[in-house]
Design a protein around this ligand. Structure first.
Ligand code: PGA
Length: 252
């Protein structure tokens, strides 16, 4: 059986004081063991300190992006080895904000995926269609293209050490989540695409849903058979809300 996974993507939010308060709230509300994988992804500059605050807890540390290059003259970038060095377990790659605002294309996302795995970081690979693509009936095509870009360059078996997040762009930060049925349809498609290459890996792959998940809608989304948890943006910034989402994942 797949363990549920809840990851908080803090995006460019927080301060040292706010982070400490949020982590304190999370740790107070979490028992020592839960049947859910949990991670938080703060901005890079706070990774080290948040990692110290999380120390010995069940909550893992993740980053929001990574440089595709391993070392050298890349001003402003952070390598996978550096993320590993400060205690990261996970790194998000291909988030739609990176794809759209910073023009990261499929090929670059695939290189970032490989860079992460080269340092034994677990990539959380985001895929998702825009509203325009959905309205044109291109959703599955877009998801397949984004997945293929990674699967074609990664070693066979690479998805054994990876997570996929389906994040419809139109649902991110808009308060407009995909319906559980819309999410299930795409999640099943993702699993089928992976199964076409390796059925065992597909059966074990954690596929998260992201896009306006809140305490109030988490349960019905996580109830879908191919939804294994969520990548949470806005609702990850409040301890009680995030804890409720973790509890909703646990219920399945
Ligand atoms: P949201 O963001 O939950 O605020 O919609 C999700 C994400 O971008 O990962």
């Amino acid at each position: 059986m797949r363990r549920p996974f809840i990851a908080g993507n803090w995006k460019m939010h927080g301060s040292r004081a706010q982070n400490a308060e949020l982590i304190e709230g999370l740790l107070l509300g979490l028992p020592g063991q839960v049947p859910v994988d949990i991670a938080v992804c703060p901005p890079d500059v706070y990774l080290w300190e948040v990692g110290r605050l999380l120390k010995d807890s069940i909550v893992k540390l993740g980053a929001q992006t990574v440089c595709a290059e391993s070392i050298g003259a890349f001003t402003g970038e952070t390598s996978a080895a550096m993320l590993k060095d400060v205690g990261c377990t996970y790194v998000i790659v291909g988030h739609s904000e990176r794809r759209t605002i910073y023009r990261e294309d499929d090929a670059l996302v695939a290189r970032k995926f490989l860079a992460a795995q080269s340092q034994s970081l677990i990539p959380i690979l985001c895929v998702g269609e825009t509203l325009e693509e959905r309205e044109k009936g291109q959703t599955m095509q877009v998801i397949s293209r984004q997945l293929k870009a990674v699967l074609d360059v990664a070693a066979p078996g690479a998805l054994q050490q990876a997570v996929v997040a389906y994040e419809p762009v139109w649902a991110i930060g808009t308060g407009k989540n995909a319906t559980p049925e819309q999410a299930q349809e795409v999640h099943a498609h993702i699993r089928a695409e992976v199964a076409a290459r390796d059925a065992n890996i597909a059966a074990r792959l954690q596929v998260l849903y992201g896009g306006s998940v809140k305490a109030g809608n988490a349960k019905e989304i996580f109830a879908m058979p191919d939804v294994d948890g969520g990548l949470i943006g806005g609702a990850a910034l409040k301890a009680d809300e995030f804890l409720k989402i973790c509890a909703a994942a646990q219920a399945h």
